[in-house]
Design a protein around this ligand. Sequence first.
Ligand SMILES: C[S@@+](CC[C@H](N)C(=O)[O-])C[C@H]1O[C@@H](n2cnc3c(N)ncnc32)[C@H](O)[C@@H]1O
Length: 264
Amino acid sequence: MTEVIPAAAFDGLAERYDAQFTATALGAVLRKMSWRRFERAFAGREYLLDIGCGTGEDAIHFAKLGHRVVATDASLQMVRMATRKAELAGCVRDIRFVWAPMERLGAELAGETFDGVYSNFGAINCAPDLVTLPRDIAPLMRPGAPLAWVVMGRYVPWEWAWYLARGDAHTAFRRMRAGGVAWRGLQVSYPTPATLARLVQPYFVPRTVTPLGLLLPGSYAAPLFERVPRVLAALARAEHSLQRWHVGGAFADHYCFEARRQFV
Ligand SMILES: C[S@@+](CC[C@H](N)C(=O)[O-])C[C@H]1O[C@@H](n2cnc3c(N)ncnc32)[C@H](O)[C@@H]1O
């Protein structure tokens, strides 16, 4: 395991990722919302692929629900952290951890047939090529199998307001930059739901787009929301109502993009 993988960018974040996001009140609310979508999509589907598993929070959740999961990530430290957490959670036997970037999953997992594929909280935004990713993932999936990706959005009024109020127009509008944003050696892109639908369409049938952070803010506001739990709960309730109607995904911090593998 000596090869250098570009998305080792996340290696330095593995130790503190859960404290800074997963374990915050805001992070917990958002993840629960993503699980609601995933659980609905993958009900009765046994074998799941997690792309960019991070610290393994989702893989552990789905293993506990009885699924078998192949959890993959380009960051070795993330994979190590996830493995440790799965051991502690007592479900490491139901998860196969694979240290590999998503751009290599077609080759790494050739011959596998997944009943569903998910990716949570922005791993897809780190894809070096969003044209080839759907082409590589599709052959790993059963025809008709669901795909659910939680992707960072492009147009985010909450974030504009947050950073403009601090006089930081550069950060406020960075997601709209042509060619994406350079970050720790990665090029992070922010596709709209419509762009993503177009990119996956040769292999998938797009179904729904659900906001995850339209009324709720992004993780930059997590420390603030630790102090106002009632406001967080009220916004979460309102957001939940919007999610039922699948409105506003194009203007959310993240959106859950759901599609089905084509039958051809
Ligand atoms: C923001 S974290 C999300 C982690 C996890 N899915 C979650 O919900 O907490 C993004 C993850 O994507 C991984 N990642 C980035 N680029 C990747 C790539 N090219 N292939 C696979 N994983 C990648 C990172 O290492 C990181 O663990």
